[in-house]
Write a protein of this length. Structure first.
Lengths: 139, 112
């Protein structure tokens, strides 16, 4: 049982680590592009990355995840419902963030809603609970 | 407000139109092809396959709607219209004109 909790935490830690590295890589790639750093251009680059990489990765995660559920016969398990609700919540949050990013990239005067301050804690907490549900399957 | 705003939002409206057409086409295939095949010709696999594709198309469409309206410039009634049309067979095809008019209006006044 300890092994499974360690594995869940390990998974959440790896996803947070790699997500942060991608964020650093994108920011620094912008800074070393040879032109003076420009916030609007950085936002446009993040918007492009979100459309070309993050979005498709989310779609792939959904397809492969549902495929796994069907293949392994997990449909109806309690832990899966908790996880599915959180995945739907995080996916919706991603869409909301992506839309605000697109608008902000094109319109420096755009003010995203203050509730978006909650995006980071919600994402991290969601990731931790999802990792616990899928790895430990506590109920 | 820069020229990029209009370009980004119009590109998003194009993606939204494609997502709507994809969702609408799979719903029509499900209702008009797969369900008759299941109930009249005895091929339950038809709804399983088309149903799965439509399920993903529907989720993708809802995601694109959230993404699109998060950029601002949408009334609640317009958002409801986009969501309700996904449940009505052939509803998506009425979205195409609606989204085109929305894009033309944005382009015409040069802002959202």
């Amino acid at each position: 049982m300890l092994y499974l909790w360690l594995k869940a935490l390990h998974l959440a830690a790896v996803v947070t680590w790699i997500g942060g590295m991608i964020m650093l890589g994108l920011t620094l790639r912008h800074a070393v592009a040879g032109r003076p750093p420009d916030f609007q251009r950085l936002l446009a680059a993040l918007h492009g990355w979100d459309r070309r990489v993050t979005g498709p990765a989310m779609g792939l995660a959904w397809i492969l995840g549902i495929w796994m559920v069907v293949d392994a016969g997990w449909l109806g398990a309690n832990w899966l419902w908790v996880k599915l609700v959180l995945v739907a919540l995080l996916s919706g949050l991603h869409g909301f963030l992506a839309g605000n990013l697109r608008r902000l990239a094109g319109d420096a005067g755009w003010t995203p809603p203050p509730s978006l301050r909650l995006a980071l804690p919600v994402t991290l907490a969601g990731l931790a609970v999802i990792a616990a549900m899928v790895v430990v399957k506590p109920f | 407000m820069t020229g990029n705003t209009i370009a980004f939002e119009l590109a998003q409206l194009r993606r939204m139109r494609l997502a709507s057409l994809f969702e609408g086409s799979t719903l029509v295939l499900l209702v008009c092809v797969a369900m008759p095949l299941k109930y009249m010709a005895g091929y339950p696999q038809a709804t399983q396959i088309i149903g799965s594709v439509h399920g993903f198309a529907f989720l993708f469409y809802v995601w694109v709607v959230i993404n699109t309206v998060a950029g601002g410039g949408w009334r609640v009634a317009e958002v409801l219209r986009l969501l309700v049309s996904a449940f009505i067979p052939f509803g998506a095809f009425f979205n195409v004109g609606f989204l085109r008019r929305k894009g033309e209006a944005i382009a015409a006044r040069g802002m959202l």
